[in-house]
Design a binder for this molecule. Structure first.
Ligand code: SPV
Ligand code: MG
Length: 436
């Protein structure tokens, strides 16, 4: 029997997959190289179904002899081991994201005279299209909430972008950039107190009340499926925080971040320019453990935000607090800084790496924005939050348009700054507003 290798992601199985397997069977004994969850998440969104579930389905398809794991997008390591006579793949990978992977398959097969066989791909069905349609259907609170923990397992860093209304939620949901083999997107949303307040024409001083923040959250959740981290300021009094935890969890929020400050709420980026007081370690630890006791599921996360560097309390204090908060049961640590350079963040990360007990580390590079995701990964950061960029870019554009109309006594000159009317009419698909 000849050996036939078929690499697959097989997240949403359809007749296109079965046709490939049928073609492969005609050539010999079929081994499926199934992308692991990490490999599948390395170049585009994480799969809907876990490796075990995808494997179980494939193993029960007639003609599949064995399913083995493929740990990289690159087929070469598995091909070197198995030295198959044939690799079978639909001919849709000649162009686009997988072009390079294909080239490497062809060149390694040459080493033992193996062949690449490329049946016509099935044009009337596409996993990506089915996935898009599933996302448009929406999600449930429980399914959305779980996604952040899964992303933390699968991605080297979870990329989070600020949202403050339904439209910005849609931007996080839909925006994608293709870079070689990779489709890059934001995996999660951040409901920022700064941009939520600013979008409502109010200062970031806690004057947008909790009910209003929950309303905004619901508006965003109506039109998105990605997970959400909520900026909960300092979480309020401990006896109120426990209710906040339950509300957030019930809605399907994946994590809240609470900052270790007390007193009148001021945005951290003011630093020591304004009066800001840090909480006692014991009091804040108590808030964390009370919150942890209040949550119902294992999925919800409470992340503690350390303000020591912002308030010039020093590295020692920041590290001491990180240890105490971890002991109190926190699920993540956000270390904040308002320096332009990122040396103090890297110093914190270096020390943090030595901790015996670690939880995922979160960074918010608003002022030290020159740091790259690769540098953050190297430092051990698991979540990067781009906390305010959508609103900061939208506001100057809108003011500019307003001024252009005023200066010209008409709207014509503003047109080149605006998206075409036709485009805005179809920006939101009809399915979101009640059918096609
Ligand atoms: C926010 O986005 O509201 C934050 C981050 O809390 S910062 O503005 O940097 O304090
Ligand atoms: Mg905030």
């Amino acid at each position: 029997m000849k050996k036939v290798y078929v690499g697959m992601r097989a997240d949403i199985i359809h007749h296109g997959h079965l046709k490939i397997i049928q073609e492969a069977r005609k050539l010999g004994e079929v081994t499926i190289g199934l992308l692991t969850d990490k490999a599948a998440a390395s170049y585009k969104r994480m799969p809907f179904f876990s490796y075990e579930h995808r494997k179980m389905i494939l193993e029960n398809i007639i003609g599949v002899k064995e399913v083995i794991s493929q740990e990289t997008l690159d087929y070469v390591p598995n091909l070197m081991r198995l030295k198959p006579d044939y690799v079978v793949h639909g001919n849709d990978w000649k162009t686009g994201a997988q072009k390079e992977v294909r080239k490497r398959v062809i060149s390694v097969l040459k080493e033992w005279g193996g062949k690449l066989v490329e049946p016509d791909f099935t044009k009337d069905v596409s996993s990506s299209q089915i996935a898009e349609e599933l996302f448009e259907l929406g999600t449930t609170p429980g399914a959305r909430m779980k996604k952040l923990r899964r992303l933390l397992e699968l991605k080297p860093i979870v990329r989070v972008l600020e949202v403050h209304n339904g439209l910005t939620g849609r931007i996080v949901e839909k925006t994608r950039v293709v870079e070689g083999d990779n489709v890059r997107e934001f995996e999660c949303m951040w409901l920022s107190s700064l941009t939520d307040s600013t979008a409502k024409g109010k200062p970031d001083s806690g004057c947008v009340d909790f009910t209003s923040r929950v309303n905004t959250l619901n508006q965003i959740f109506e039109v998105t499926t990605k997970p959400m981290i909520v900026d909960a300021d300092n979480g309020g009094l401990t006896e109120h925080f426990v209710f906040m935890v339950k509300t957030m969890e019930r809605l399907g929020v994946s994590a809240v971040i609470i900052e270790d400050k007390v007193g009148a709420k001021r945005n951290s980026l003011f630093g020591a320019e304004v009066e800001q007081e840090q909480d006692e370690i014991e009091m804040f630890s108590d808030k964390i453990s009370s919150g942890k006791k209040a949550q119902v599921t294992e999925d919800f996360m409470i992340i503690a935000r350390i303000e020591s560097l912002i308030l010039n309390k020093g590295m020692e204090d920041a590290l001491k607090r990180a240890k105490a908060y971890i002991d109190a049961g926190v699920d993540g640590i956000m270390i904040h800084s308002k320096k332009k350079d990122f040396q103090e963040i890297l110093e914190f990360c270096r020390e943090y790496k030595q901790f015996e007990n670690k939880v995922p580390l979160v960074a918010v590079p608003s002022t030290y924005s020159s740091i790259t995701e690769e540098e953050l990964i190297g430092a051990g950061v698991s979540i990067v939050i781009y906390a305010n960029q959508l609103l900061r870019s939208a506001y100057p554009a809108m003011v500019n348009t307003a001024e252009t109309i005023l200066k010209n006594h008409r709207a014509l000159e503003s047109e080149e700054q605006c998206m075409p009317i036709k485009e805005i009419l179809s920006l939101i698909p009809a399915v979101c507003t009640g059918g096609k």
